[in-house]
Design a protein around this ligand. Structure first.
Ligand SMILES: NC(=O)c1ccc[n+]([C@@H]2O[C@H](COP(=O)([O-])OP(=O)(O)OC[C@H]3O[C@@H](n4cnc5c(N)ncnc54)[C@H](O)[C@@H]3O)[C@@H](O)[C@H]2O)c1
Length: 366
């Protein structure tokens, strides 16, 4: 679709990349097009100071190209801070493929995408994200080594979701330790929003720990299946107004926004979704003022990246679990530091991540 810039609203689009709020000094943005396969993709490389930019590829039916650009800018920046705070030698990158993953994804399209990734000579390393699975990464692997998240039979670390869920569980326990003086979740009411790959595994951990678990999802059959399997209670009312101790967003981003934030009654927010705060600064501050402990998403959902990093570094499951378990200590440290400095937990986590990047940049210059 071709669009003329005609009116004032469209003028904003005259700075469609460098002028966007989501643009944060990204190093490179690559637009990929292939007529034969119908591929349209954007690769965002935010920062490579700590190492190659690693981040998943999302295939999504964006309503506008502008939305896709903003998504890749936001997500790739998030990856920079996620890897930095987790202590990995990785930069931040992400890719988006424009289209419907159910109807438009073909092996040819994935291979062509892999060739574009390959053309960046390892500056960007891909992995799976929404709309992708391990099989797709195996297809990409046919044309480039710069891919992670391939199947275990092909030497990969396999499905990252259970590891992500374990990290979220660790972050949630750290938040409980900080807020309630004990990391035990027994008797705590926890609402998990989105019981997909990560959400289900999280439900299992917290159920085993004795929490009273509530689940919410747009998929009714999934709700019934998970409820039956773990004894979780299906919650159909307003998620944000729920009378629970802990809210775990594990579906979409930006669920903490102007519309929802006033209704939130939970005293802890700890979940897997990326970019949970619609406005990192303002919504982070409102949560702080309300006394709600927010465990920063990019910190506690890093299990998945720890898992794929193992493929590059060659470490095994024991080290993956050790690094993921350490999310407990890092989260606790950040929550304490935020308190001590009177800043939001999100800001405290960003500061530590940025410090690591700045230190490495200085070392690299010397
Ligand atoms: N999979 C990972 O390893 C990983 C790593 C880091 C971050 N994340 C993030 O965690 C979140 C969950 O990931 P996943 O792999 O479990 O995804 P998934 O697609 O398997 O599950 C998402 C679930 O959320 C549900 N959902 C969608 N919209 C909803 C809504 N409005 N209300 C309630 N439920 C809704 C879906 O029906 C689905 O069951 C995503 O935001 C993802 O970006 C995942």
């Amino acid at each position: 679709m071709q669009v003329d810039v005609l009116n004032a609203n469209d003028l904003k689009k005259n700075a469609p990349v460098f002028g966007q709020l989501s643009f944060d000094n990204h190093e490179q943005v690559v637009f990929c097009n292939d007529k034969d396969t119908g591929l349209r993709a954007i690769i965002g490389i935010h920062n490579t100071v700590l190492g190659p930019a690693l981040g998943g590829t999302r295939m999504w039916n964006y309503s506008t190209e502008w939305e896709a650009v903003n998504d890749v800018l936001r997500l790739s920046r998030g990856m920079t801070f996620k890897s930095a705070i987790t202590g990995l030698n990785l930069g931040g990158g992400k890719a988006v493929i424009l289209g419907d993953a159910k109807t438009q994804k073909t092996p040819e399209l994935m291979r062509r995408f892999g060739e574009f990734v390959h053309s960046l000579s390892g500056k960007y390393i891909t992995a799976e994200d929404v709309g992708m699975d391990t099989e797709d990464m195996d297809t990409v692997r046919e044309v480039t080594p710069y891919v992670t998240g391939i199947s275990e039979s092909k030497g990969g670390a396999g499905n990252p979701s259970p590891i992500t869920a374990y990290g979220v569980f660790m972050g949630m326990k750290a938040a409980a330790q900080h807020k309630y003086g004990s990391d035990h979740l027994d008797g705590k009411k926890v609402l998990v929003q989105g019981i997909g790959h990560v959400g289900e595994s999280l439900v299992e951990h917290i159920t085993n720990e004795g929490a009273e678990v509530f689940i919410s999802d747009i998929n009714q059959s999934r709700l019934e299946e998970i409820s039956k399997k773990y004894g979780a209670k299906i919650y159909t009312d307003d998620v944000y107004g729920a009378d629970v101790d802990i809210y775990a967003p594990c579906a979409l981003g930006a669920t903490i926004n102007d519309d929802t934030i006033g209704r939130i009654r939970a005293s802890i927010i700890a979940g897997a979704a990326n970019n949970q705060l619609a406005d990192e600064i303002r919504h982070g501050q409102i949560l702080q003022e309300k006394g709600i402990v927010y465990a920063p998403d990019f910190l506690i959902n890093a299990g998945g990246i720890i898992n794929v990093y193992a493929e590059l570094e060659g470490y095994g499951k024991t080290e993956i679990m050790r690094k993921t378990e350490n999310i407990f200590n890092t989260t606790l440290e950040i929550l304490k530091s935020a308190n001590a400095n009177g800043i939001t937990t999100h800001h405290a986590a960003l500061k530590i991540a940025q410090q690591r990047i700045d230190d490495r940049k200085r070392e690299n210059l010397n």
